[in-house]
Design a protein around this ligand. Structure first.
Ligand SMILES: NC(=O)c1ccc[n+]([C@@H]2O[C@H](COP(=O)([O-])OP(=O)(O)OC[C@H]3O[C@@H](n4cnc5c(N)ncnc54)[C@H](O)[C@@H]3O)[C@@H](O)[C@H]2O)c1
Length: 377
């Protein structure tokens, strides 16, 4: 057992069968007027006295699953819970390889009734809520970001409560602002973000924790750093440069960076991000002293990542042309995360540092370009 990890006795709630007190308490939740169908559904659940094993019981729905993070997470979860027990959903058409690799359904998080139908018909037990407009895209379309990130989240929270789901909603370094401690940012501190993305994420953290404390919702939230992946493109965040620089290094050999060379931000390899999510979802409830945790792996500046890439590709040229919107956002974010609580409570530990990340990204992108017949610089 990892040091500091508390021992606890598994209960039905711990095994994800239903959340503590949820069945008796959700009816008093004033947020949504429930139909008789949902009431019958819940009664049926509470009378089910022969629950299947936790392995059999886990049925995951991932919203916004066709972005940077969803497909890889589905892959990891399918290895553990079976291909058909992990359903990807989005409002976009899936590429052929995604469609061929497991269940995919259309789901708009703004359509509450359809989302409920999917959850009920598929006997979903875990919901991973990935739909969102990210920081830079959100600032360019505040009304849409508010709708997807806040109204969509409310739909998901209500459905999770109504159906006793274990709910995972990621938060971000963007949930902090200029008045937060930046080096490091602890789990609990002042959070006054200045983007609609950050505001919506703080709202999500607080609503989820409120529903957990008041109604027993099994809400779980990790604040992800900027996530770096080779196979899936980033979705319009402020840390996107840290993916693009690898593609540019291997194609043209030149990257123009929209941040200043000394802008330090917390980052993480995508496989660490997926593993953290799965481990956190599997952690017994009694090990969680918090419902929202920071997770950290490394922090670097554009110049530092460029230097590390130059160890493999000495010709890489980086020029800097700071974009006012993204630079202002980055300047208000933490430069480092304190993830002591995640390490202590559920044993979080990253596998990738900067050196490993750079080697892996260059190897993967080089292999991909070669297999597609593209030149490699
Ligand atoms: N990628 C990162 O670096 C990072 C860092 C911190 C937190 N996060 C969080 O992780 C989650 C996933 O991030 P990502 O990078 O995969 O995002 P992404 O932008 O790449 O993907 C988001 C997905 O949501 C979908 N979507 C948009 N509107 C929708 C709607 N109405 N209904 C259903 N789906 C809709 C989009 O089609 C898209 O596929 C987000 O909540 C994000 O805030 C990501």
């Amino acid at each position: 057992m990892k040091p500091g990890v508390r021992v606890c006795v598994p209960s039905a709630a711990v095994l994800g069968l239903f959340c503590r007190g949820c069945l008796s308490r959700w009816r008093s939740w004033p947020g949504r007027s429930f139909s008789s169908t949902s009431r019958e559904m819940s009664r049926w659940n509470s009378q089910d006295t022969s629950p299947p094993s936790p392995q059999e019981n886990v049925r995951v729905l991932i919203t916004g699953g066709l972005g940077q993070l969803g497909v890889g997470l589905a892959q990891m979860l399918r290895k553990q819970y079976g291909r058909d027990n992990v359903i990807l959903s989005d409002i976009k058409k899936p590429p052929p390889h995604v469609y061929a690799n497991g269940p995919f359904v259309y789901a708009d998080v703004l359509d509450y009734k359809h989302l409920r139908e999917l959850i009920v018909n598929n006997r979903v037990t875990w919901l991973v809520h990935y739909s969102a407009l990210l920081s830079a895209v959100g600032e360019a379309n505040v009304a849409l970001a508010r709708k997807i990130n806040i109204t969509g989240l409310h739909n998901v929270l209500d459905l999770a409560l109504e159906n006793c789901l274990r709910l995972f909603v990621p938060s971000t370094i963007g949930a902090f602002g200029p008045s937060s401690p930046r080096d490091p940012a602890p789990d609990l501190c002042v959070q006054r973000p200045r983007t609609i993305y950050g505001v919506s994420k703080v709202h999500g953290e607080l609503m989820g924790e409120y529903l957990h404390h008041k109604y027993g919702l099994d809400f779980r939230c990790l604040r992800y750093p900027g996530v770096i992946s080779s196979n899936t493109p980033p979705g319009g965040g402020t840390t996107d440069y840290a993916v693009q620089i690898f593609h540019d290094a291997l194609s043209t050999g030149h990257h123009e960076c929209y941040l200043r060379p000394d802008t330090r931000l917390p980052m993480m390899h995508i496989s660490d991000c997926h593993r953290a999510t799965v481990e956190f979802m599997q952690a017994p409830e009694c090990q969680l002293s918090l419902r929202t945790y920071n997770i950290a792996a490394m922090s670097f500046t554009p110049e530092e990542v460029a230097q590390e890439i130059r160890k493999h590709l000495p010709h890489l040229k980086v020029t800097y042309n700071p974009d006012t919107v993204r630079q202002t956002i980055a300047d208000s974010w933490p430069v480092r995360f304190d993830d002591t609580n995640a390490r202590r409570d559920w044993g979080w530990a990253p596998a990738f540092g900067l050196e490993e990340l750079v080697s892996d990204m260059l190897r993967s992108i080089r292999d991909k370009r070669t297999s597609e017949g593209l030149p490699v610089s």
